[in-house]
Write a protein that binds this ligand. Structure first.
Ligand code: IDP
Ligand code: MG
Length: 156
C-alpha cells in the first residue's frame, strides 16, 4: 500500500470542486486516510516547492498556493502515487486530457486545481510536511476485500 499527498489548490476550493474531486478518488477505490483544511504559509510553500525555486513561475506559484485555503489529503491504495497522478492529468489545464481532473475542470496552466506527489520519496517527504505524527489514519476498511482481490499474499 502507498500513501500519496494530494492538495486541492485554492482554485479548487474556491470553485466548490472539493466534493467532486474527492468523489473521484473514493469512486476509484482509493482511501482518504488524512484530511485537513489550511491556509499554506509562505514558509511551508517555499519548502514544499523548493525544487522549483529557480523556475520563472515560482513566485506566482507560491503567491497562488498561499492566497486562500487548500484541502490537504493523504490518499492510500496499491500504486496510489501513480494512479493519482494519472487521475490528475498533465500539468497544464489547457492540454490535460478530458477524463482527468485537470482536463475536465480547468483551462489554466497555473491554476491547475490539484497537487499530487510524483514519487515515493516525494510522498513521504510531503506527508511529513503537511501532517503531524498520528494525523494520518490507519483504518481497516470494511470494503477492502471487494476493492481488492485479497485471495493471495498481497491485495491485487
Ligand atoms: P505538477 O503539479 O504536474 O507536478 P510541476 O512541474 O511539478 O507540475 O509544477 C508544479 C506547479 O507549478 C504546477 O502544478 C503548476 O501549478 C505550476 N507550474 C508549473 N509549470 C508552470 C508554468 O509554466 N507556468 C505557470 N505555472 C506553472
Ligand atoms: Mg510536481
Amino acid at each position: 500500500m502507498e500513501t500519496t499527498l494530494i492538495i486541492l489548490k485554492p482554485d479548487a476550493v474556491q470553485r466548490g470542486l472539493m466534493g467532486q474531486i474527492i468523489s473521484r478518488f473514493e469512486n476509484k477505490g482509493l482511501a482518504i486516510v488524512g484530511c485537513r483544511m489550511m491556509t499554506i504559509s509562505q514558509e511551508l510553500a517555499a519548502v514544499h516547492y523548493e525544487a522549483h525555486k529557480e523556475r520563472p513561475f515560482y513566485k506566482g506559484l507560491v503567491a497562488f498556493m498561499t492566497s486562500s485555503p487548500v484541502l490537504v489529503m493523504a490518499v492510500r491504495g496499491v500504486g496510489a502515487i501513480d494512479i493519482a497522478r494519472k487521475m490528475m492529468g498533465a500539468t497544464f489545464g489547457s492540454t490535460a486530457e478530458p477524463g482527468t481532473i485537470r482536463g475536465d475542470y480547468g483551462v489554466s496552466n497555473s491554476f491547475n486545481l490539484i497537487h499530487g506527489s510524483d514519487s515515493a520519496d516525494a510522498a513521504e517527504r510531503e506527508i511529513g510536511l503537511f501532517f503531524n505524527d498520528g494525523e494520518v489514519q490507519n483504518p481497516s476498511r470494511a470494503i477492502e476485500g471487494w476493492v481488492y482481490d485479497m485471495s493471495g499474499d498481497q491485495p491485487e
